[in-house]
Design a protein around this ligand. Structure first.
Ligand code: PEP
Length: 256
């Protein structure tokens, strides 16, 4: 089933030991209990803390996701984690194609597609990341790059019920810089024509101070949040800003 919007997901990256991870999740759960509202709040913590967080999230109050998965179901792949293992650990979703994997680990569109397919096969919802580099942005090649990434990495059978797309300009990740509202509108309107009803998140330096204006843009259904998701107060403020902005509740433009 398609997730309620706004969809705000925290990517903790390589941050979080057991004690601070539990404290952060408990703080978010307390806020959700007090003011649930409409939407989906999720976290993608490191794999090492999934087992300690899963019991806290068994009620389904928050979505639990992995940060990456192998394209292979099992076998001699030291250090890798399969989609079935994430599912078994209590995950509902998994990020694939994050730029820190595409660039830092040389992941191609074809590999990202294979990972998304493995996730779907295991019953996980892939959160498929795409985004242009700074040079491509400067050269006005954003839409062309996104089209190529989508074409190469979106798995067959993707639907609003089983996959989310996250547009994350590489130059905006962890830099404090974001595209303007007009730029995000242009990009998301373009992406909407390609992905129909799939949820479209924006990611890249989302904070409580800009979350409302970003999620007020048409066709932005929520946000993928890195650094700011490590602070429960800040992450909660981002989520409530998305709710107040009505992200995902407007009619989508040009959806097929
Ligand atoms: C991310 O890494 O997915 C991300 C959006 O990071 P940040 O919010 O820190 O820019």
């Amino acid at each position: 089933m398609a997730l309620p919007k706004p969809i705000v997901i925290g990517n903790w990256k390589m941050n979080g030991l057991r004690a601070d991870s539990i404290a952060r999740v408990e703080a978010l759960l307390a806020r959700l209990r007090d003011a649930p509202g409409r939407g989906t709040l999720g976290i993608c913590p490191p794999a090492t803390v999934l087992a300690v967080l899963e019991p806290l999230l068994r009620t389904g109050a928050m979505l639990l996701g992995g940060q990456d998965c192998s394209s292979k179901p099992s076998g001699a792949y030291t250090g890798d984690i399969s989609a079935a293992m994430l599912k078994d650990a209590g995950c509902h979703a998994v990020i694939v194609g994050h730029s820190e994997r595409r660039l830092g680990h040389g992941e191609s569109d074809a590999l990202v597609r294979a990972k998304a397919e493995a996730a779907l096969a295991a019953g996980l919802m892939p959160i498929l990341c795409i985004g242009e580099s700074e040079d491509q942005w400067q050269a006005g090649r954003t839409l062309e790059v996104l089209d190529r990434q989508l074409e190469g990495s979106l798995p067959a059978g993707a639907s609003a019920d089983n996959l989310i797309v996250a547009y994350e300009p590489v130059w905006a990740i962890g830099t404090g810089r974001t595209p303007g509202q007009d730029d995000i509108l242009r990009t998301h309107t373009h992406l909407r024509r390609h992905v129909g009803e799939l949820a479209l998140l924006y990611g890249g330096s989302v904070k409580s101070t800009n979350a409302g204006e970003i999620m007020a843009v048409a066709d932005v259904d929520g946000a993928l949040v890195g650094g700011a998701s490590l602070d429960a107060e800040e992450f909660w403020a981002i989520y409530t800003a998305g709710q107040a902005a009505g992200a995902g509740s407007r009619a989508v433009s040009g959806a097929t």
